[in-house]
Write a protein that binds this ligand. Structure first.
Ligand SMILES: NC(=O)c1ccc[n+]([C@@H]2O[C@H](COP(=O)([O-])OP(=O)(O)OC[C@H]3O[C@@H](n4cnc5c(N)ncnc54)[C@H](O)[C@@H]3O)[C@@H](O)[C@H]2O)c1
Length: 421
């Protein structure tokens, strides 16, 4: 049991439910299981103090148990105030992993939880959105000397950390786990694709068929959401700011237009851009009565919520995770999950099978950092290619799928330049 000083959860009696759900996720995480078994034998993280700021879900619990098997002392805090699964937090504390996370915590508690994690003087930071790393750099600079390195799980966090690197403010090495192919091609695309639809459906029970769904951002997540919503019979409209991405969306068969035009016709709006005020006041003013507004990007800044509040004469809860805003002319707009990532606010986040790969990368990158301690420079590194490929190979093995290998002749051919027409 974690000591009473270093954890803060909603309700310890939820532990049994949490444990059952963690076991259920574990069944879909064979790659992480292989790593956990090896870590238990080899103890590559022996005595290493890890502070991890992640969504407290069943999948994260399986990562934390893997780090524990590897000999690490891990403390967890939430990477979003609304994504915590309280039963999982309770089970983690029973497993001896101090966890500081309560679903619906306010901003002050969110940062208190981050501070508690930092009090353990971590040697490795694991972040999802970079709030932990940035708090460490701005409020606890004295702790930086202990740090071997950190990992970052999501696009927005990598963007923030690259900005810190560029301005010379980053003070220790980071591995951008998000940028592994076995992460973004699967987690961001298929994970966010499925779970965003799941979150909106659970919150509203809306029928997707025939709806005009406006998706803001055609990155890896946006592609997944568009693909899955299309599969449910929705009419997809994409908005973008990057011409190549917009062109891809057009050739993938979607309608592309400026958001100001889409605002007038959309039934469901989903922001997934990693950017701020993407749905702004003018867009809100143009929307139809009854439009649903959801965000699946990392921060709750993609929909201009203060503008929505200022345009509204009243607001009320329509159902859990759905808030009805009545504008001055009587139109109603429905904001889902407080504009926070809807897949984690109103559903369970990504399915375990994709988090298996993301978190296998996390565990292997932490091992890599400990092995290479002291030799890494202060910058944002990509995931080593060997790790990325290893994760893909192990996942294929676990799925019982084998692939071909290059013949010696093919290897020679691919290395040569002499053979042409
Ligand atoms: N909900 C989740 O579980 C989950 C999972 C993974 C990533 N994320 C988050 O989702 C966001 C997107 O991630 P990604 O990997 O798809 O990023 P990405 O960089 O691949 O794509 C973002 C896209 O949004 C576009 N964009 C930026 N500003 C825009 C604007 N004003 N209007 C329209 N489009 C705009 C960019 O041009 C880009 O194509 C990030 O915040 C990331 O951290 C959430």
């Amino acid at each position: 049991m974690a000591s009473s000083k270093n954890y803060d959860i909603k309700d310890p009696t939820l532990a049994e439910t949490g444990r059952r759900r963690i076991d259920w996720a574990h069944r879909e995480m064979p790659v992480l299981e292989l790593i956990r078994d090896r870590f238990a034998r080899e103890k590559p993280l022996s005595g290493i103090r890890i502070a991890a700021c992640l969504h407290i879900t069943t999948e994260t619990a399986n990562l934390a148990l893997t780090l524990q098997a590897g000999g690490a002392d891990t403390i967890l805090c939430a990477s979003n105030p609304l994504s915590t699964q309280d039963d999982v937090a309770a089970a983690l504390v029973e497993y001896g992993i101090p966890t500081n996370a309560i679903k619906g915590e306010d901003s002050a508690t969110y940062y208190e939880h981050i501070s508690t994690a930092l009090e353990t003087e971590p040697e490795i930071t694991v972040d999802d959105g970079a709030d932990l790393v940035i708090t460490l750099h701005t409020k606890q600079e004295g702790l930086i000397g202990n740090i071997i390195g950190g990992t970052e799980e999501t696009t927005t966090g990598v963007v923030r950390l690259r900005s810190m690197e560029k301005s010379g403010d980053l003070k220790y090495p980071i591995i951008a786990v998000n940028d592994a192919q076995t992460k973004y091609l699967f987690d961001n695309r298929y994970g966010t694709g499925q779970s965003t639809i799941d979150g909106i459906t659970r919150a509203t029970n809306v029928l997707w068929a025939g709806k005009k769904v406006v998706i803001c951002g055609y990155g890896w997540c946006g592609r997944g959401i568009a693909m899955r919503a299309k599969g449910l019979g929705a009419h997809i409209i994409l908005t973008e700011v990057e011409p190549v991405r917009a062109l891809e969306a057009v050739m993938d068969g979607y309608q592309v237009m400026p958001l100001m035009e889409a605002a007038r016709i959309g039934d469901i709006f989903i922001t997934i851009s990693g950017n701020k005020n993407v749905i702004d006041k003018a867009h809100l003013q143009a929307m139809k009565d009854g439009a649903l507004l959801a965000n699946s990007g990392h921060f709750n800044v993609e929909i201009n919520i203060p503008a929505l509040e200022s345009l509204s004469r009243s607001r009320k809860e329509a159902r859990p995770f759905v808030e009805e805003f009545t504008l001055s002319d009587g139109r109603r707009l429905f904001l889902l999950g407080e504009g926070r990532l809807i897949n984690l606010a109103a559903a369970e986040g990504h399915p375990a099978s994709v988090m298996d790969m993301s978190f296998a990368n996390q565990a292997l990158c932490m091992e890599y950092m400990v092995k290479n301690r002291g030799t890494l420079e202060t910058r944002v590194y990509p995931v080593p290619t060997e790790i990325d490929k290893q994760v893909a190979r192990l996942k294929l093995d676990a799925m019982g799928i084998s692939i071909d290998a290059l013949t010696p002749e093919q290897e020679r051919y691919l290395r040569s330049w002499q053979e042409g027409t």
